[in-house]
Every structure is written in structure tokens, then in C-alpha cells.
Ligand binder design. Structure first.
Ligand SMILES: [Zn+2]
Length: 282
């Protein structure tokens, strides 16, 4: 008798367990197929930001004139020392509505990048030093351009300092100083109903064809997502440099994204982040 009750209980546990499992996976599928509940302005299906890092001279010389032809406003995460090489160009970019973001003072990265080994996140940073350098970079940018950055891009996409059991995240430092922080080489675009503004994803524009970017755009559209593309040098296709975004691809993106029939809101990070945070209330 006891054994048969035990068996009956076991069968019931397995049965209800299966029901819970099936309903959970259906819930996941429904969410992933439906996309975000978030609504973009004017019935747009997605948002797109073009961003460029390091204030490389080719951005001023080649990229900004092209973006200006289409009236597309981008975000440039600058390094002060590079910015000073084209100061007049950057001043003009600001007056044309482009956003200037912070990309740190000394571009610290993991020492696995051999050029960063003497200024590595693993061995040379405390949270206090990081805060001071980000603040210094903001002040230098303000002195040069008269704007204080509200957007930040993590150099090389890393968000930690220290190593092993002493590793700490510097995301809270960034969150306390900026409206947004953007990563690098991420896999998915941002879900505007969910994403952490201090950990926005960034997907490479460098070395990509327009067909490859169009796939990302179509996927973001299905999700109602905010796609943030990131690049470095701006130049002709065929240089073989994996850190170059191609002029013809940028032009094709501008053409596609500014055609109202394609349902894309293309704008700089600050403008889109402001809309997202005001719409969802945080
Ligand atoms: Zn960089």
C-alpha cells in the first residue's frame, strides 16, 4: 500500500515537473519570437547607432564628411591625445550634431594585448585610479570642445580591473559617471526593454560587408532592438586591416537607414539612450 502511494506521488511529481518545464520553454520561445514590447518613436521598428573609437584622424578626414552628406549623427568615443591631431575637425563635428563620448585617458586593456602590458587592467589599476582618469579625460574633452561626455566605451570592451580573486568590475564606476557604457565584439543587439545602460552591446562594423551588416539590421528589426555598431579606422575596402570600416559600407548603411520605408531610427547613442530611459522610466 505504502509503496503504491509512493509510486503515485513519484508519477505526479514527474508529470507536474514536465508541465512546468514545457510551459517554461514555451514562454522562452514566445518571448524570443515576439521580440521586445518596447515601442520606438514614429512607428520605427528598430534603432541604430554608428559609433567609432579612438578619435583616429581618418574619422574626421573621411568618415564625418560622408555621414554629414546623409545627415546621420554618430557617436565618437575619443582619446584626447588623438583628438588633438584634428581639433578643428572635431569642433566642427560637435557643431554638426555628432556626439563626443569618453574612451578613457590612456586606453587600458588586458595585458594580453602586448601593447597594453605596461598599462594593463590586470596589474596597473584600482577603481580609484580608473575614476580619476575617466574624470580627467572628461575635463580635457570639455576644455578642448566645450562638451562633457555622457557616453563611454570600454577600451577593448573589458570591464574589469585586477586578476583572480582580486578582480573587480569597473562597471559601477562607469554607471555613476555616464549615461551609458558600450562594450565591444558582442553577439546580440540591445533589448531596449531590458538592457543595462552601463553595459550596452557593441557589434563590429570594421571589415564587414554591407550584406553582413544588413543581416544584423534585419535581425535587430525582428527583435525591435537597438543595434550599436562600432568601428575604428575609416577607409577604402581591401586594405586588409581588420580595424577599418569601409566607406562604401558606411554609405550603404546611411542610404538604407535614412530611407523611411525601412523603419530605422538612426541616431547617436545619447539621443537613443535618452529616449529609452525616459520611455521605460529608468
Ligand atoms: Zn579603443
Amino acid at each position: 500500500m505504502k509503496a503504491s502511494i509512493k509510486r503515485a506521488v513519484t508519477v505526479m511529481v514527474i508529470f507536474f515537473g514536465l508541465i512546468i518545464k514545457i510551459s517554461c520553454s514555451q514562454g522562452y520561445q514566445a518571448t524570443s519570437q515576439k521580440g521586445s514590447e518596447f515601442s520606438w518613436p514614429e512607428g520605427k521598428k528598430m534603432a541604430l547607432s554608428l559609433t567609432f573609437d579612438d578619435a583616429r584622424p581618418s574619422q574626421v578626414d573621411k568618415g564625418i564628411p560622408l555621414l554629414d552628406e546623409y545627415g546621420v549623427k554618430a557617436t565618437f568615443y575619443v582619446l584626447h591625445r588623438n583628438m588633438m591631431r584634428r581639433l578643428d575637425g572635431w569642433k566642427e563635428a560637435v557643431s554638426n550634431g555628432h556626439e563626443i563620448g569618453n574612451h578613457s585617458l590612456r586606453h587600458p586593456c588586458s595585458g594580453n594585448h602586448t601593447w597594453a602590458i605596461n598599462n594593463s587592467l590586470e596589474d596597473h589599476y584600482t577603481l580609484e585610479r580608473m575614476r580619476m582618469e575617466l574624470d580627467s579625460a572628461n575635463k580635457l574633452i570639455y576644455e578642448a570642445l566645450g562638451v562633457t561626455p555622457v557616453s563611454f566605451a570600454y577600451p577593448c570592451g573589458y570591464t574589469f580591473i585586477g586578476r583572480g580573486v582580486n578582480t573587480q568590475s569597473y562597471i559601477p564606476v562607469v554607471a555613476s559617471m555616464f549615461k551609458t557604457g558600450r562594450g565591444w565584439v558582442d553577439e546580440v543587439p540591445n533589448d531596449p526593454a531590458f538592457s543595462d545602460m552601463a553595459q550596452l552591446t557593441g557589434i563590429p562594423l570594421d571589415a564587414q560587408s554591407f550584406e553582413e551588416i544588413l543581416q544584423l539590421i534585419e535581425s535587430a528589426k525582428r527583435r525591435g532592438a537597438w543595434l550599436i555598431l562600432g568601428g575604428h579606422e575609416i577607409g577604402e575596402e581591401g586594405t586588409g586591416d581588420i580595424y577599418t570600416s569601409y566607406l562604401n559600407v558606411i554609405e550603404a548603411i546611411c542610404e538604407y537607414a535614412t530611407d523611411p520605408a525601412n523603419g530605422i531610427w538612426i541616431d547617436n547613442v545619447e539621443n537613443i539612450a535618452t529616449y529609452v530611459t525616459e520611455t521605460r522610466g529608468y
